[in-house]
Design a protein around this ligand. Structure first.
Ligand SMILES: [Zn+2]
Length: 304
């Protein structure tokens, strides 16, 4: 199901509008852009604004403004998931019609602590339950794929998640469904993103197969954590990166990604260096790496 190699690669950056562009999201933006541009490919931006309860007002506009400061420009109009609801509905209708998905009437309290759905509603809603969410059936066959950074990955969805939600009980499409529908719609051939999303990939590949959609190539770069291996604080995650020197921020991100970019170049030369020297095989094969000191914003700006 992989794309023919002769096709011009199409990569994407798909932030959720939950704050500013911070170092964690900048990594995914830089990695996906460098990977596409170094192969003469296209780079697209998609705003994943399908989860209004989690969104921060004005955040999408701030992220797009931050990208402009970094001179990261989408090759097509920015796609907003909030404008794509009909496409997600259509995909769920197809899966229900093919008996690949079903309505589930379970509430959170009905689910086991393991998080693996036991298939309670697979053969029909139990008496007295009303339909709440839609789940996609998984089978016992493991999903296997080759991640261009992390290597061979194998996941048996029946063991890790069970039949999973593609349409939420609150009436919103699930993240996994929207991503798969939009990656196909935008003809994405390469998904380069943080390793925190590695666990989503098998579900997305299963969805692609159920919907008859192509599977892009995947590359998951390490995510930034604290020196102790903890999650970045809310402060660090919400720190805007655009208030420091954009060139130094990009160079810091490139070095985190295993690309030894000099720190003293202009923004334009930093990008030129990135496109000329980008090697995906040099990205560390780790899921997590400590945040570089120069990426902390204590002194008034990222990368200063
Ligand atoms: Zn159920």
């Amino acid at each position: 199901m992989q794309q023919p190699l002769t096709q011009r690669p199409v990569g994407r950056f798909a932030p959720s509008p939950t704050g500013h562009l911070h170092f964690g999201s900048l990594l995914a933006a830089v990695a996906s852009l460098a990977q596409s541009r170094s192969a003469d490919g296209l780079w697209l931006v998609r705003i994943e604004d399908i989860d209004p309860p989690r969104e921060v007002a004005g955040s999408a506009e701030r992220i797009l403004a931050d990208l402009r400061v970094f001179e990261m420009h989408s090759d097509q109009a920015v796609l907003r998931q909030s404008a794509r609801t009909q496409a997600y509905h259509d995909a769920v209708d197809v899966l229900l019609a093919r008996d690949l998905a079903y309505w589930c009437g379970c509430s959170r309290a009905d689910l086991p602590a393991s998080g693996v759905y036991p298939g309670t509603c697979r053969a029909g809603l139990p008496l007295g339950r009303r339909p709440r969410a839609v789940r996609l059936k998984v089978d016992a066959e493991p999903i296997e794929f080759h991640d261009l950074v992390q290597g061979a990955i194998r996941e048996n969805l029946a063991d890790t998640v069970g039949d999973f939600v593609i349409w939420r009980a609150d009436g919103l499409p699930a993240y996994q469904l929207a991503v798969v529908v939009d990656d196909a719609h935008q003809e994405i051939t390469e998904v380069v993103r943080g390793a925190d999303l590695l666990d989503s990939t098998a579900r997305q590949i299963h969805l692609q197969r159920c919907l008859g959609l192509p599977t892009p190539r995947y590359a998951h770069h390490p995510v930034a954590v604290t020196a102790n291996g903890g999650k970045l604080s809310k402060r660090l995650r919400s720190d805007p990166v655009a208030c420091g020197s954009p060139a130094r921020s990009i160079a810091t991100a490139l070095r985190f990604l295993g690309q030894p970019c000099p720190q003293d170049l202009s923004l334009r030369d930093t990008w030129r260096w990135a496109v000329d020297h980008w090697h995906l095989e040099n990205v560390p094969r780790l899921r997590e790496l400590p945040l570089p000191l120069e990426a902390t914003a204590r002194h008034g700006g990222f990368g200063l």
